[in-house]
Write a protein that binds this ligand. Structure first.
Ligand code: DNO
Length: 356
């Protein structure tokens, strides 16, 4: 098992590679070409440059989060084949550069959704929070501006401006569509890209929807165990797998993250570890990673991964904003460092007390 740190690139991240390098348990980075528009093909040269910057700091590029999927692929628009071709070119370039882990999501229109990027807590920290009523009142077209206004000038991952410019049109389209269409479009996409992944030994790690339910009448399918089973059955290839994002899956009232890991363990390609607290229906806030701070039992989640032989990568996900750090919401150094040290410590204890 390897713990990775997410890095958005020199221009966009306040956390430097040199600082990440000082975390004794981390030597791998998961990154992306942050401003590459979804749908454009990546070339080997730009991937090589990204690798070189990371390697110069004594770290290595272990995976990509994310290669975003163009909206026309999710929606099944006629031009999707052109964008799928580009996705295949990107995968080929990544494969040729020795990258074997690619995270993506299949959330229509929006990626992750929150109502607040800096909700104050009693301990003086701030966290990302979700209040569905507030989000519904705001409406889909104002959401991007609302979040961007709280982002302190940072470009938020998954909220590419080009996608946001089509929100109205896309929402209208999706309201007349269904979960079935999304399943079919995902199947079509996988069928086209899996052979390239198999050629290069690339593991695809589909990220769950965040939150894992439909909002604004837009269907979402990567949500709960039944759907995850069905999604994995869309394509039997060992290249087709999941990101277990404990926070995204854990907030669905029907999901038990431990049970999901037990059942789907052989298709887990990446893990995002974070914790949260439910504040009632359609309402939650993120917390520190520790089990004692949120609703999820992080020890037992890691223990289950260990027991089922997980030997892939994981990373701390969203931390609190602590000690006055100014950083991209959720992605400051301090709380992610505390989270990753906690993960490392738990893993060491679990593995030493349960030698295989
Ligand atoms: C948010 C992240 C997501 C995730 C993508 C994966 O902080 O967890 O943006 O990276 O959904 O494609």
């Amino acid at each position: 098992m390897k713990i990775l740190f997410r890095w958005f690139g020199k221009e966009y991240d306040t956390v430097s590679l040199d600082k990440i390098r000082q975390l004794p348990h981390i030597n791998g980075i998961i990154s992306t070409l942050y401003t590459k528009p979804a749908g454009e093909a990546w070339n080997r040269h730009e991937i090589r440059l990204l690798k070189a910057v990371i390697e110069k700091s004594g770290l290595s590029l272990q995976g990509i989060e994310s290669v975003n999927v163009h909206e026309s692929i999710k929606a099944g628009f006629p031009e999707r084949d052109r964008y799928i071709e580009n996705y295949i070119k990107t995968l080929t370039a990544l494969g040729e550069e020795g990258i074997h882990l690619v995270v993506y999501n299949f959330m229509p229109v929006f990626d992750w959704i929150r109502s607040s990027l800096a909700k104050p807590r009693l301990d003086g920290t701030t966290v990302l929070a979700y209040d569905e009523e507030q989000i519904i009142n705001l409406g889909p077209e104002k959401l991007f501006g609302w979040l961007q206004g709280q982002a302190k000038g940072f470009l938020l991952p998954g909220w590419e401006p080009e996608r946001m410019s089509r929100v109205k049109e896309l929402i209208e389209y999706y309201r007349g569509s269904s979960e079935e269409t999304l399943f079919n479009n995902l199947e079509y996409f996988l069928k086209a890209i899996i052979p390239t992944c198999e050629t290069y030994g690339i593991k695809l790690a589909l990220h769950p929807d965040d939150p894992p339910w439909s909002i604004f009448g837009i269907p979402r399918i990567v949500t709960k165990l039944d759907n995850l089973r069905r999604i994995l059955n869309l394509n039997p290839s060992p290249s087709h797998g999941l990101t277990i994002c404990t926070g995204s899956l854990g907030i669905h009232p029907e999901n038990d993250v431990i049970h999901i890991i037990q059942e789907l363990h052989d298709r887990i390609h990446f893990v995002h570890l974070r914790n949260l607290k439910t504040l009632g229906s359609g309402k939650f806030e993120e917390t520190a990673h520790l089990s004692c701070d949120g609703d999820l039992d992080i020890y037992n989640i890691l223990k289950t991964l260990y027991d089922y032989g997980y030997d892939g990568c994981m990373r701390p996900d969203h931390g609190r904003a602590i000690w006055g750090e100014l950083a991209m919401p959720g992605y400051g150094l301090y709380d992610q460092a505390l989270g990753s040290a906690y993960m490392y410590g738990l893993w060491e204890a679990i593995s030493k007390s349960n030698p295989k």
